[in-house]
Each structure stands twice: as C-alpha cells, then as structure tokens.
Write a protein that binds this ligand. Structure first.
Ligand SMILES: [Zn+2]
Length: 261
C-alpha cells in the first residue's frame, strides 16, 4: 500500500522525536514536506509532540503565499502588517482530514528550504549537543568548518551559522537572508544550518536524507564538544573539506548512507 505524505512525515517525526535520540522533547522541533505540484506543503501543527505525531497532526500551507510574505519582509523589513499576514497564513491551515489547526510558528524556515535550497524534506530539531555549542560564547567560530570527513560529505563542507532570532517572522527572515548570502558566497546550498541559541535545520530530497544529515550533525557536535575539552577544535582545512564533499565517490556514498530510494 502506498503511504501518504502525512504518514511518511509522521514516521520521520516519530523517529526524530524518540527520547533516546535527544533531538526534541515535549512540543519542540518540527518537520515539513513539499507537494510542489499543488503549490503546498505539510508542516507540523503547533503544539504537537514529534515522537507522538500521527497523520492528523500535520497541516497544509500554501507555498506561494508563504514565499510572498518572506519576499516582502526581505525587501521592506518586518512590519505589523506582515506579522499579521503570517498569523493569518499559519491559522488558515488544514489537516489532511480537513480539520483547521494552526501551523508551527517556525514554518517559514521550511519555506526557505523548499523555495531556495532545492529540497523537498526539511527537519528542524533542538539537539542538546548542537544547542550547547550554539549557546556558547564562540558559537560562530565552532561552526566555521567541519571536523571529520562524514560531516563534510553529509552535512556539507561549510556549516551556516545564524545568530539568534525571535521565532516567527524574524527567524524566517534571518534564515532567508542568511541562506541567500551563503549561496552568493559559496555557490552551493548549505546542508547544515545552526540557529544561534536555538537548534539545527537539515534538508533532503527524501526523509532519510534529512534525518541522516541531522544524525551526523549531532555526532559532529559531540565531537566538537569533545575536542573543546581536549584543548580546542582542529578543523579539516576548508579546501580539503570541499574536495571530499564534491568527490563523485563521496557523493555516491552520501546517497547510500542517507538511504533514500
Ligand atoms: Zn526551534
């Protein structure tokens, strides 16, 4: 039997929200999946516990209406009118069964992934090791490079670190302009985005890729914390990280590791 997108994303959420994974607790974190043909995406409804998500815990939101709000904010800055437009957009959301529920306040992060980062799956979590680094005094420095080969290959050779923004339009706008700057600077998409004092965002063209990228990012965060207790982080030289990330055999290995068919 073919499973629906709502069932598939529930499976992703239950795995990401498992207590042992330590990626989210209570209603933390969220995920989204794109239905490009119909100009819409499914995102977690506000207040849902990831580890307990079922098909009716997700709501459809219009992609083009979301992008309009982001573009307007990016051009003209945040305003009460745009805050209101976002609130209306998030409330005008319906489960696959047609029940109206409010979409997550962090929805715009996923919109950037779909609109700008050529991804169809997006996962946002608050893993303790990642938030520990993102809440530290030298957070940006800790994410100025990668620390082991699989991080370069799976999470990309250069992480994108963004300073703290208030959840809602500010977070979405900071995420959007940060991703635009990163693409201009490096000519590629960020695969691991660290939100200062907040959490982690990873993406994929399948749910396995989005989850595997999170898992490697968490391992890489633990390695950073270990290296800091052992005298400091020694990053892989940037050129070497880029070389390995773009080697054809490593790209093939990434596809195998992340396991999407
Ligand atoms: Zn969050």
């Amino acid at each position: 039997m073919m499973s629906t997108l709502a069932q598939e994303i529930s499976d992703l959420a239950v795995r990401a929200g498992a207590p042992d994974a330590d990626l989210t607790i209570l209603a933390e974190g969220n995920a989204a999946v794109l239905d490009r043909e119909n100009d819409r995406f499914l995102v977690k409804a506000s207040g849902v516990v990831m580890g307990e998500a079922t098909a009716e815990d997700w709501v459809w939101v219009s992609l083009s209406r979301s992008v309009e709000i982001l573009d307007d904010a990016n051009k003209n800055g945040r305003s009460p009118a745009l805050d209101k437009a976002l609130d209306v957009l998030l409330k005008d959301a319906f489960t696959p069964g047609g029940v109206q529920k409010k979409a997550s306040i962090e929805t715009l992060v996923h919109v950037v992934a779909f609109h700008l980062l050529e991804s169809s799956w997006s996962l946002h979590t608050h893993p303790t090791p990642v938030v520990s680094l993102a809440a530290s005094v030298n957070a940006a420095e800790h994410y100025s490079g990668t620390v082991f080969p699989d991080e370069s290959v799976i999470c990309g050779p250069i992480p994108l670190y963004l300073p703290y923004d208030e959840p809602g339009l500010s977070l979405g706008l900071g995420f959007y302009s940060g991703a635009i700057r990163y693409k201009e600077q490096y000519g590629m998409n960020p695969r691991q985005i660290i939100l200062g004092n907040h959490g982690l965002c990873t993406f994929g063209n399948g749910k396995e890729e989005a989850l595997a990228t999170t898992q490697i990012a968490v391992k890489a965060a633990r390695i950073r914390l270990g290296a800091l207790t052992a005298g400091g982080i020694n990053f892989i030289p940037n050129s070497a990280a880029q070389t390995i990330a773009f080697r054809p055999d490593e790209i093939a290995r990434r596809a195998l590791l992340t396991g999407d068919k």
